[in-house]
Each structure stands twice: as structure tokens, then as C-alpha cells.
Design a protein around this ligand. Sequence first.
Ligand SMILES: [Zn+2]
Length: 564
Amino acid sequence: MALRTFRSVTLGAATLAAALVLPHASLARPAAKPAPAPVVQPAANAPKLIVAISIDQFSADLFAQYRSLFTGGLARLATGAVFPAGYQSHAATETCPGHSTILTGVHPARTGIIANTWIDQSVARAKKTVYCAEDETKAAADPKDYVASVGHLLVPTLGERVKALWPTSRNVAVSGKDRAALMMGGHVIDSVYWWKGAGFTSLDGRPLTPAALNENKALADVLAQGAPELPLPDWCSAKSRAVTAGTMTVGTGRFALAPGDKNAFRASPRLDRATVDLATELVDENKLGKGPTPDVLSVSLSVTDYVGHAYGTEGSEMCIQLQQLDLALGDFFIALDQRGIDYAVVLTADHGGFDLPERLGEQALPASHRVSKSLLPEALSAAVAAKTGLDAKGLVLSDGASGDIWLRRDLSPADKARALEALKAELLANPDVAAAFTAEEIAASPAPSGSPETWPLIARAKASFYKPLSGDVVLMLKRGVVPIPTPGPGYVATHGSPWDYDRRVPILFWRKGMTGFEQPSPVETVDIAPTLAALIGLPVPAGAFDGRCLDLDAGTGDTCGAKP
Ligand SMILES: [Zn+2]
């Protein structure tokens, strides 16, 4: 336990502020003198390890569809406190915003993570598209390979709050995606890994530890040799049916891995298994769950998302993926049991998902279709230029056919007002469009309140609106309109809409010995951090969370009452 030494503890905003400005604090602190007792003790019954799991693109619909078939880790969690109607309440249902809500307890409007990518015309480099998990001030030297960073996240995560109060606590994160690991882990983190190319990697300046080196070595062998198809469970056979989307045919895949095919590896259940294996090794390496104060381990499993994008949600591929994921999670929990760790699990998702329109059309949803190319920025630029006489070049900027849209920043206020009016009229006249709100309209709208399922569209937009970064207009497509004009390899279906198929995710809490219950009423992913904070007795300043504590005691007890 030599690495677990106390620093002097000061409470409150200063500590949290310090946590934010001390990026990537060093893990090792030399043991000097006996540690003083922490000022605030963890709750008497606090678990020693919080395991926060996000399954990327694991919609409430997929959970409902497969729930009765799980036998592994997901079956275990379904015996705990089950909230089948969790909400990523905001409109921008993408990976980075979604992950940013889970352990911060606030909507993207406060995390500052408005999308996976946005356009910032003020950045110095030529490329104005900014990735949510990059340090764009360092990207000029090599625009194709960004520098991973959590600098855009404006608020601390649960793991950071825990470490700020209890310096003996560890904060560790691992994922198939950098943005997922970084948004769940945050700024001050002991160990953080994600998949990149052909192995797990970490932030610049952090050498890989033996856990990652071991896992990468094992994976290099798998990649070099390839692997056979995965078995098709009986309950997947009805789903194994080919469907055509453009030049693509999907629906019957079984994840055979050709030697050296890194992309196929990434979009196969094997990456989730590897992520879980590394998580287990990181538990040992960081002695998680063995210290005097609670640790936080974030695990984001990316393959469900890659499978959803590449093959849709209703074919053999997703069915096999969810079976394999359930088994991998089962093995992970058994590994934690074997270590004698008192742990509590929360599992949720960063957003839901939607099938490809070609299969939806065959399966009773003929209104679903691919978005018109007339909503892409080039077409919108031409249309707005024709209406206003402004130069069309770069007039309308966006990252696709939905979400944030920007106008060229050098327009005079009068020209910008004319362009904005023309753009909004053009959007609203398009049959694929449900709504288009200007930044002013969103800023002036009331703060979201009440059950997220009944929020008006503009409230959903407001929950992922952050004025310094958000677009001049936020575009919402009609329900069922898929924002991929042309399907291609790895990308036939997606998420990102303000509709409930993309907003609703399961939220499951589990701890050994707990009495399970089911609460079908809507809750939010921003409720997770306050729930866990109360569970471990972590005091948090008033107003720090958008969410509320969920009482995980099925009876008259109240896990929210544990707050000091
Ligand atoms: Zn995602």
C-alpha cells in the first residue's frame, strides 16, 4: 500500500478547482510519514469500488429485446435496481456528450461537450473541425493524428471528486474509444487506456504499464493469426437474414477475423472482451477495491456501437455481440468476486440507437428513410447564397445533415441576420426536417424540467447547448430519418437524434446482497453521479448536479439518506 499516501485534505470548491487545473496528476507519491485521517469518512457501508460501465449504443430497446435471454453479467445486473427507461435527455445523442453526463451528473450544456465534433472557426489551425477529446492547440503539426485530451470537459467526474476528497482513492478508466475513457475518467486520473489501431494506448507522456503491455501482446497474437466465426446462438437464428443497403449487404455476419484485419477486430465482440480483460488487470495493478477509501473504475465497451453502425441493430451481428458481451461481463464480475472486492456496479449507455432504414422498411416502419443530401452544408450554402446574394463559399458549415450548423464567422451582423433567416426558412421547408432552432431561441427557452420523456424538442436542444461552442442553428430531423445519405462500409446505421430511440438507455445498479426492484418511470443518466456520491458518502456542493439521487434501497431504507 506504499502508493496510497494521504495529502492534506481541504474540502470544497478550492479542492475541486485544483482537481481541474492539475491535469493527469502523477500516480506515484512517495510514502513519507503516517497518513492523517481524512476529514470526511466514506459512508459506513460504502462499497470499496464503484464499477461504472457504459455499453456504447446499448439502447433501452436492445435491453428490452434481449433481457430475458441473458445468462451472464447482464442477467446478474438485471437482479439489482433496474431503471429500464433511463434518459440521455439531451438532443445531441452522440458518444462524447453521452459519456460526459454519466459520472459528472450534469447535462452536456454544463459539461461543454456538445457533440463528438464541432466547428470552431476561431481555432488557429487550418482545420476548423474540433474533436471533443483532442487538444486542438497541439494538432497543427500533424492534423491526421490528434493529441488526445480531456481539456474540453468543463466539470469534474465522480472519480475526480472522490480523489479530491480522499487522495488514497484511485480513478481508473478503460474503453475501446478515447473519448469514452476520458469523459468518464476526467482530468485527474491514475490510469487511463483506450484502443487505438492495434493496441491499447494512453495519454501522451504516460508509458504503458504492464497490464496494458500484457494485454497488447496477447491481442497482437490474435490479430496476427485471425480467428474463426463466432457461433450463432439458437435465439439469434431468426435474425440471420440478409438485407441490402446501397452496395452493402448486412444481417448474417458472424465475425470471422482475417489475419491482420484491425478494423474487423475493432467491430467484433473480441474488442469488448479485451477491454474487460484489461479492466481486470487494471484492478490488480492499481489494487482497486483494496484501499481505505472508495475507488472508481470506468469501463466503456465500444463494440455494440461499432456493430450498430456497421450492421444495424436487428441482424445476427448485434445478436451475437450482445450474447458475447453478456458472457464477457459475467466473467468480469466473477473475477471481481474472486478478488473479494466489495464493489457496486452501475451500467448504462451513452445513447441508444436505430436500425438501418432498409431493414426498418421491411419490418413495419416504411416511413424510415435516409436523409436528403439537400441538408448537407454545401447544398445549404448554395441555397442560402441564392436567397441572400452572399458568397456561397463556406457560408454554411456543419458536420453532417443534422445537429449544429454554423454560419461563416466573418459575416456582418446584418448579413448574419439575413443568412440566419434564409437558412431557417430553407431548413423548415425541407420535408425531412422536424425543427430548426436558432441559438437565440434556445438560449431564451426555459430550462428543461419534469420527466425527460415529455420535454419539448427545444428543451432537449437546450440540454446540449453550450453557447461558446454550439451552432447558430440546431437542426432536428423527423423521427425515422437516418442522417447517413449514403451507406458505406462500417456505416449503415446511426444515432444522434433527439428521439427516444436514441435517448432511452437502461440504467442498472447492482451490489452483492441487494434486494432488486424495477422502477419503470423515467430517470436520467445525470442521476447516476448523485446516486453513487450518496452511496459512498461523498459530499458535493449544492447545485453541482443536474440529476437527483436515486434511492437504491427497495424497502424503507434510503441510500440517498447516507449523505453527511
Ligand atoms: Zn456512442
